[in-house]
Design a protein around this ligand. Sequence first.
Ligand code: EPU
Length: 346
Amino acid sequence: MIKEKTNCSLRAHNTFGLEVRADRFVEYDTVEDLQQVVGRIRAEEPDKPLLHIGGGSNLLFLGDYHGTVLHSAIRGVEAHDEGETVFLRVGAAVVWDDFVSYCVEHGYYGVENLSLIPGEVGASAVQNIGAYGAEAKDVIEKVETVDLRNGAFRVFDVSECRYAYRRSIFKEELKGRYAVTNVSFKLSRRFTPNLDYGGVREALLASGTEGGRVTAQAVRRAVIGIRKAKLPDPKVWGNAGSFFMNPVVDRKVYEMLKTEYPDMPHYDLGEAGVKVPAGWLIERCGWKGRSLGHAAVHDRQALVLVNKGEATGREIMDLCKAVQTDVYDKFGISIRPEVNIIGGEA
Ligand code: EPU
């Protein structure tokens, strides 16, 4: 079924809660419907842009969208086991955390560390979502898509998706060209705890769970607890999770900075360099909890920018730029937004 609206508010479709409008908003629930919609819109409005969105949890609109916004309503999870491995084909519109919850309940392991990440399954394959030592790319097998230029169906094997930290071919070389319709995941029936990142082990210990008794349910609960403590609820404070990516700096740059800031947290990436938490850099510039207009840097995680109520996309962008400038002036490091900025230069 195809549902179409004109001059549609996008407030419910962006977790910053910005009041922006799209000239047209179309939702579909089958691949064939999407192909039909793309064919028709391309014929009717060949020069107007098309934007495919998921849960809107990684988007910043700088103004109204003068084109068509597409949203999938393709749901459903199909699972089949092959020994210890389980293959799951999941509709792009399934809420990511519903999928994680389903996997944990059914004893399918590999996504429990990615609990409570906002957004939908389709976007997980575009953003290569990651948290607490796990990334979507580690469990994705195939990504089914439709070409938004001509409606052609195409399946990408994970090896073709060029996944890296918060990157994929769908965010870079082929940005905006393909809509994800279904994602196939490869999970395990054997649970291997991954507790080495972001305080997960400490949270489990604090809740009284000893090493030998760790279950995927316990890991999920621990991750949810950590996230809730640090990250603002978009229903209360509009936000898009981490606004910036953690920068990777040259080892020589890191060594120089370390002499001045010996407590700077870091993750060694070997030849690729050293990853430094943007949240720490921003906090050190004095921005944690500070506002600019109606936008603010979150007071418990400086990587997150929040809408204090009536912010516009431009105000959030002004805050982004002020933070970027101060981080660059103090540390000589450029931090880049992780969110997709629609309607202006990043
Ligand atoms: N830190 C500060 N001040 C802050 C924030 C962080 O000093 O305001 C320090 C922390 O003390 C810690 C280090 O920075 O030493 C890392 O902090 P944290 O574990 O909170 O993780 P992060 O690197 O800031 C990344 C992801 C998050 C993910 C966490 C947990 C990115 C851009 N962000 O944040 O992802 O939940 O790791 O694994 O990689 C998201 O994408 O929306 C998101 C929240």
